[in-house]
Design a protein around this ligand. Sequence first.
Ligand code: GLP
Length: 240
Amino acid sequence: MNIEIANSYEELSLKAKNRIVQEIEKNKQLLLCTATGSSPTGMYQQLCIEFQENPELFNQLRIIKLDEWGGVEMDQPGTCEQYLQQNLLQPLQIPESRYIGFNSNPENPILECERIQEKLKTEGPIDLCILGIGLNGHLAFNEPANYLQPFCHVAKLSEMTLQHAMASKMNFKPGFGFTLGMADILHSKMILILIAGKEKREIVQKFLSKKVSSSVPASFLWIHPKVHCLITKDALEETA
Ligand code: GLP
């Protein structure tokens, strides 16, 4: 894993944006898997600025949503869908034909997972996967457990995850989550994980200890050959 320390959130966002641009320049049809939450927001803002200067760069880019809250309407504030529509899909003018994403409230959640898995089979593998880390070490909605699941699945959400700022915006708490599985993520050609903020210090120490364990799903990134981890100084204990 290549670990790069940023002095600030702004610097992390800019560095991350530059990496993505570099990859799109090499492959305009790049399949980008997008996390939501506070970690990548600054980077998405930077990508939107890039779009203003160079819209052609994004005219073949494909996007797949990493995860979604389940059992809530798609237009609820706080869904990953709303987040991506506002922060990325609309500003970068990504049409439906270049976007794959879980429906947050389908009739049959299992079939919805199968639908996304099938799409990933035909459109994948993911070229570049953007990730954040949960306070409990989750990766997407792959929550700490005795075992992890390889493919798209309906996830039981932990109490800690349900307290995430996105879920707290909702009128009804999500009953479950939809997520790409660990193999779906680890089969990405390249992974960029963004970690920012002092509230992440405790989990960062576990993550950096290189102990690969299902109790910290993000630790599985240590077995992937091409992971770039961008981390702000304040997320590292020694700089407190
Ligand atoms: C959320 C999202 C994840 C995200 C993670 C970290 O639950 N479902 O995709 O990466 O938790 O979020 P944040 O960046 O806000 O800390």
